[in-house]
Design a protein around this ligand. Structure first.
Ligand code: AMP
Ligand code: ZN
Length: 110
């Protein structure tokens, strides 16, 4: 089982800040910004091209949920979302996840 599936199952501890039936949001263990969260779908698939149509629709619902709860996450001044894809994209965990960065004005390099 992959590390994020283990986190979702509660086998590996994490700092969870949000959970619903489709996803969790946890604090990244190696933050690169004052707020660095990971929004992780509960269904395991590695990359966007592996997502079924219903999983892709679920992703758009997740983004809509994020927009609704951003203030609760301390992101009222704005935020950046990033999805690293594959080797050149710098993806290290093969379970699709959305990085959420904020807490200060970000340069393009983050
Ligand atoms: P990526 O490089 O896009 O695949 O992102 C993987 C992210 O997962 C990195 O930012 C890691 O710091 C983060 N990460 C890895 N293991 C854990 C963990 N156990 N808890 C929280 N974040 C993690
Ligand atoms: Zn997984």
């Amino acid at each position: 089982m992959c590390i994020f599936c283990n986190i979702i199952e509660g086998e590996i501890p994490s700092e969870k800040v949000y959970e619903d039936e489709t996803c969790i949001i946890i604090k990244d263990i190696e933050p690169i910004a004052p707020i660095h969260l990971l929004m992780i779908p509960k269904k395991h698939y590695a990359r966007l091209e592996d997502a079924s149509v219903s999983e892709a629709m679920e992703l758009s619902f997740m983004l809509n949920k994020l927009a609704q709860i951003k203030d609760d996450l301390g992101l009222q001044n704005g935020y950046r979302i990033v999805i690293n894809q594959g080797k050149d994209g710098g993806q290290t965990v093969e379970h699709l996840h959305i990085h959420i960065l904020g807490g200060r004005p970000l340069s393009w390099q983050a």
